[in-house]
Design a protein around this ligand. Structure first.
Ligand code: CA
Length: 408
């Protein structure tokens, strides 16, 4: 808990931030200090009561909460640097995550078998989601949820959406599933091993170990079963693959193709698509099954035929790169290798360990980039740019194999 003094100190620069945001963004509600926040909470209380939160619970769980205005900066953040998909996947599906995923598959084997039997989702898929969402429970976020969602309920864009999540948070606390001091997560409200939003928790979290609490913060059995339940409710087809990598014929036109535009395998076969080792598609999957053609980096990169289960993974977090990371990690956990077709780049991405190694090299060369944490932020990118300039490389600030090798 921050002391009263540190809270007060932290409010001064926030005041300025509010004004900056208000000038920069139409529709921002001006609320300049915690008194305004308290007034906002007071205004929300009757709505909370209609949403099933007793006056006593509301008072108890919102007492002493002050807004965290730094969250609005995150809400409005526009990344100036768009990560190529090969960087995204290199960080999410790296050797360390594959090896930790395999350990977890075996460590939680008994629970995963029971989860699989009950929900129809295989262990590797469940563990892959776990690994991408929270690094197997190790990265769950550090923002107190009541504070984060309370702030987003009173300031900034999408207040109506965040108010619903705020009320869900208070109901979770009221139900006793999770203790108030344990309920921390991302700045936007996703929390626990599964990184569910509070409303998702209410709909889909399950108490798998039978202790009477749905605990996605500290109970891996509840977390694994809740993940499987999410996928099952999303329409997971038991025993079906997410899809598989394919080989495209030269000159194929992939315009208009994608995850949603599903066609029978026979149609894809007729257009010259084969398995990566050149076999006809109907040797690995029924020719009547429908699949969409996914080419995340264009026809020159890896290509995939994806089935319904890929869409179900996509439903967890609506981004195709995200779904592909989980799908691929699940294959790797089952023993498969990397993609057969390389990404169309001469400068592949870095694993988390390589990102740390690169940051250490940059520190060695005197760049003040802080602790090497494997997260490539603006300081690291600036340092990379300086080194790229010195070495005669394209100064794009990107953390790739070329700059790592050049500095080793
Ligand atoms: Ca439980």
């Amino acid at each position: 808990m921050p002391t009263r003094r540190s809270r007060r100190r932290s409010l001064r620069p926030l005041h300025k931030l509010t004004l900056v945001l208000a000038l920069a963004l139409p529709g921002v509600t001006l609320a300049q200090n915690s008194a305004d926040f308290a007034a906002c909470m007071q205004k929300l209380q009757p709505q909370a009561a209609r949403a099933g939160i007793s006056a006593q619970s509301f008072a108890q769980f919102t007492q002493g909460v002050v807004p965290d205005m730094s969250i609005l900066e995150k809400l409005n953040y526009q990344p100036e640097f768009r990560q190529p998909i090969w960087d995204y996947l290199a960080g999410l599906v790296d050797d360390q995550r594959i090896s930790e995923g395999r350990s977890n598959l075996s460590r939680h084997g008994e629970v995963l078998q029971r989860v699989s039997a009950q929900y129809g989702v295989d262990p590797a898929t469940v563990v892959a989601v776990w690994g991408v969402e929270s690094n197997f429970g190790q990265t769950q976020g550090k923002y107190p949820l009541v504070q984060a969602l309370g702030t987003l309920s009173c300031y900034g864009r999408r207040q109506a959406y965040f108010q619903k999540e705020f009320f869900a948070t208070l109901r979770i606390l009221q139900s006793g599933d999770i203790q108030p001091q344990r309920l921390v997560g991302s700045w936007a409200g996703a929390f626990g091993h599964t990184q569910f939003m509070p409303s998702t928790f209410e709909r889909l979290a399950v108490d798998f170990d039978g202790d009477g609490r749905r605990d996605l913060m500290d109970n891996s059995a509840d977390a694994l079963a809740s993940t499987a339940n999410f996928l099952a409710k999303g329409g997971w087809q038991t025993g079906q693959p997410w899809g598989f990598e394919v080989r495209l014929p030269a000159g194929i036109n992939t315009a208009g193709e994608g995850r949603r535009n599903k066609k029978p395998i026979s149609t894809w076969a007729a257009r010259g698509i084969t398995t990566v080792d050149g076999r006809p598609l109907d040797t690995v999957v029924s020719s009547t099954q429908k699949a969409g053609l996914l080419t995340p980096a264009g026809a020159a990169g890896p290509a995939f035929l994806v089935f319904r289960n890929f869409d179900v993974i996509y439903g967890y977090n609506a981004a195709e790169s995200y779904a592909l990371a989980i799908a691929h990690l699940s294959d790797r956990l089952r023993g498969a290798g990397p993609f057969a077709t390389p990404w169309p780049t001469d400068d592949p991405g870095l694993s988390r360990a390589e990102r740390v190694a690169l940051q250490k090299r940059l520190l060695d060369r005197g760049h003040d980039i802080g602790e090497p944490d494997g997260l490539i932020g603006s300081k690291t990118r600036e340092a990379i740019k300086t080194e790229q300039n010195r070495l005669g490389l394209t100064p794009d600030g990107r953390a790739g194999q070329k700059i790592l090798r050049a500095l080793q």
